[in-house]
Ligand binder design. Structure first.
Ligand code: TRP
Length: 446
């Protein structure tokens, strides 16, 4: 039998998983969510969600993936005989294809802005003063958004079809250090802007009166999205871990680094936003409509703009390769087809839905289901419904249905490492995570 792929090094394990976690979710979505949900208050609730719900669910996915070295359906099949659980694997496959479709549209916008930044149009003062109309005109047009979405998915395809070690691991190992470097540079520039302190106060000082059920739901959804949870994305990556990787430690490291990036991105965005007197509650358009005019005024704005969009591109591509891997591993292992063929199938599906999502700001904007465009529907159904459902499923399965010895052996590497937090993790996984997710979920929906 052909040997199953594995990540080559420990650095590779961290680079790939953190690469998956750090994405548009941290740099684009987190700041606007925090901006619309009261800044510091949101940050506080978010931190609690990451460590009380996120880390245990991450451990649950790791136990299943590393414990079986299989894709999500293979893992459920090996670990339990009930058909019901096997069926659960499909929500992850479905949601991953939905997420990659709308995610690639935003990544496509990033490519457009990156090229505009390089050519200088982005920071040209007259163009920048119309940044908002220019953005609407761009995303409601037909050709360019579709072209960038397809181009982005093609780059993604080239990487994933090269395989786990030569494609995914190598790209993550190269891009993640560059990402860290750009992030720190932008951050230093941010805090040095005049008036940045006001932004930092907004972002770090919690105003508890702002905490409402919708803030909590938003924070939980954001934590799932940002940690790549609930879709078996971390499950599939951990199936490429070797048996001596420490699962609890890796989960904690990933959560810490992912949160650090989100916080640094918040610092970058809020220093700039307050320094240039813009309202922080702009929502999803924050980065695309507001930033060009900020960069146009900022000293050295050309360079910062190029770096900022390059950062967003690196962050997105290391995330989408992890989403593709879910369906690629599923198709290739469950239907015994070649990796290439599986990659072609998954890219084709993503391209078709990606184009529909890209057009839902323009020619297809009238095509609505439950009052949402295809883009918003995919975002809503996957992030707000399928991710929490997946999270509950993994934590309940691993906490209650999985053999206890198997769980212990995975978390402690067959007893060879002492995990001081073992009891806490298992307690959170069995009781707190599922109850919290279900409560917040029901509350948020009504
Ligand atoms: N975590 C990534 C981000 O923050 C997005 C992502 C990658 C994701 N894989 C995922 C989200 C799986 C949910 C599930 O941008």
């Amino acid at each position: 039998m052909k040997q199953r792929a594995q990540f080559a090094t420990k650095i590779g394990v961290i680079a790939t998983t953190v690469g998956s976690a750090v994405g548009l979710g941290n740099i684009w979505r987190f700041p606007y969510e925090a901006g619309t949900h009261g800044g510091g208050a949101f940050l506080m609730v978010y931190l609690m969600c990451v460590f009380i719900i996120g880390v245990p669910v991450l451990c649950a996915e790791f136990v299943m993936g590393r414990g079986t070295h299989k894709n999500v359906r293979g893992a459920f099949k090996q670990l339990h005989s009930s058909r019901l659980w096997h069926f659960c694997s499909y929500t992850g496959i479905l949601a991953s294809l939905m997420i990659i479709s709308f995610y690639s549209v935003v990544a496509g916008w990033v490519l457009e802005y990156f090229f505009q930044a390089i050519s200088g149009t982005l920071t040209d003062p007259t163009a920048a003063s119309h940044a908002s109309t220019r953005f609407s005109a761009f995303c409601s047009s037909t050709f360019r958004p579709v072209m960038w979405t397809v181009l982005f998915l093609a780059i993604n395809h080239l990487i994933v079809s090269r395989g786990v070690q030569k494609g995914i691991e190598r790209v993550s190992n190269t891009l993640m250090p560059m990402l860290a470097f750009i992030l720190v540079a932008l951050c230093i520039n941010g805090v040095l802007l005049p008036g940045a302190a006001e932004g930092l106060t907004f972002f770090f000082l919690p105003d508890f009166s702002q905490i409402t059920p919708s803030v909590i739901l938003g924070a939980m959804g954001q934590a799932f999205f940002s940690l790549s949870l609930g879709l078996s994305c971390m499950l599939i990556y951990s199936s490429y871990f070797s048996d001596d990787v420490r699962l609890v430690r890796s989960a904690t490291t990933i959560a810490l680094l992912d949160t650090l990036v989100a916080v640094l991105a918040g610092v970058i965005v809020f220093s700039a936003v307050f320094s240039y007197g813009v309202q922080p509650e702009q929502g999803p358009k924050l980065v695309f409509e507001v930033f060009p005019s900020i960069f146009a005024e900022m000293p050295g704005g050309y360079v910062w703009a190029v770096l900022f969009f390059l950062l967003l591109f690196f962050a997105s591509i290391t995330s989408t390769i992890s989403m593709s891997e879910i369906s690629i591993a599923f198709f290739s292992e469950e239907y015994s087809m070649s990796r290439n063929k599986a990659a072609v199938i998954s890219t084709t599906i993503a391209v078709v839905f990606g184009i529909i999502c890209a057009l839902s700001f323009g020619v297809l904007s009238d095509l609505t289901i439950f009052g949402m465009t295809v883009f918003s529907l995919f975002d809503f159904v996957s992030s707000n419904i399928l991710l929490p459902v997946g999270g509950v499923m993994f934590s309940i399965f691993v906490g209650w249905f999985l053999d206890r010895t198997f769980l212990r052996n995975q978390l402690t590497n067959n007893g060879s490492v002492k995990v001081y937090t073992f009891k806490i993790i298992v307690f959170l996984m069995r009781f707190i995570a599922p109850t919290a997710i279900i409560t917040i979920f029901i509350y948020g929906l009504i």
